[in-house]
Design a protein around this ligand. Structure first.
Ligand SMILES: Nc1ncnc2c1ncn2[C@@H]1O[C@H](COP(=O)(O)OP(=O)(O)OP(=O)(O)O)[C@@H](O)[C@H]1O
Ligand SMILES: [Mg+2]
Length: 225
């Protein structure tokens, strides 16, 4: 199945994958592009009325104004805030890359498929695979989000190499200002990475998602091309 969409991965956990997915989904939706959000497995869910609520999936669903079910966006939910593979194991469940692929592909031909993995590209996702295996199984171009801090160059270059080794396209890198404080003086990851990467690199400022926030048009055009 050849799908139109993106697989969002990160240089690590907590670097702004969901934030970026939300900004992208909002921007695409406001341009009339139908977004199909998928966070096929989420750990660290909070219990509410006998249910586990997946925060990332909920945010992506809302940003995309998705009219499908939250259980279509994220059917596999775990309470422990650890890797989905281990969380599933602790819940005596076995998740496979095939199951996660099926979740992402369901209904995906109806729009632009936006998939968020968990953690980084080589973080374990299922019993038999990493994020990389799901991305490969879906065959989607990859958007790499890295926190724009000291250490980002190493993380971005390693992940870029891993993405390439899987035969996938690294569509763009986003250097994300995930926290509301200034970078160390003189730090310029964008400038340093430019000659070392053969894909576009963007910086994303610290921004509240509650207000109007959207992505630059050239980045949207690149991500949806
Ligand atoms: N550019 C930004 N502006 C403002 N807040 C941000 C930005 N990027 C990230 N954040 C905040 O930083 C925190 C971590 O971001 P986010 O949840 O998007 O990371 P993640 O990579 O999806 O994490 P996880 O691995 O848990 O899925 C969140 O509270 C988010 O709102
Ligand atoms: Mg997230």
């Amino acid at each position: 199945m050849s799908l139109k969409g993106l697989f969002i991965t990160g240089s690590s956990t907590d670097v702004g994958k969901t934030h970026t997915g939300v900004v992208l989904a909002k921007s695409l939706t406001s341009k009339g592009i139908k977004v199909i959000p998928r966070k096929p497995v989420e750990s660290g869910c909070s219990p509410e009325n006998d249910q586990l609520i997946p925060a990332d999936a909920t945010a992506l669903k809302r940003a995309a104004a998705y009219d499908g079910l939250l259980s279509d966006v994220c059917p596999y939910r775990f309470r422990e805030a650890i890797s989905p593979r281990t969380a599933a194991y602790l819940s005596h469940q076995v998740l496979t890359t095939k199951q996660l692929t099926d979740v992402c592909q369901f209904g995906a031909e109806e729009g632009f498929l936006l998939v968020e993995g968990a953690g980084g590209f080589y973080s374990p996702l299922s019993e038999d695979g990493l994020n990389a295996d799901l991305a490969q199984s879906l065959g989607l171009p990859v958007l790499l989000v890295a926190e724009d801090t000291l250490g980002a160059i190493n993380q971005v270059l390693l992940t870029a190499e891993a993405i390439k080794s899987r035969g996938l396209e690294l569509r763009a890198v986003i250097l994300n200002q995930a926290k509301d404080y200034a970078s160390p003086e003189g730090l310029n990851n964008l400038e340093e990475l430019h000659p070392m990467l053969d894909c576009p690199i963007y910086t994303q400022p610290y921004q509240e998602v509650t207000g109007d926030c959207d992505m630059p048009d050239d980045l949207i055009a690149l991500l949806t091309r």
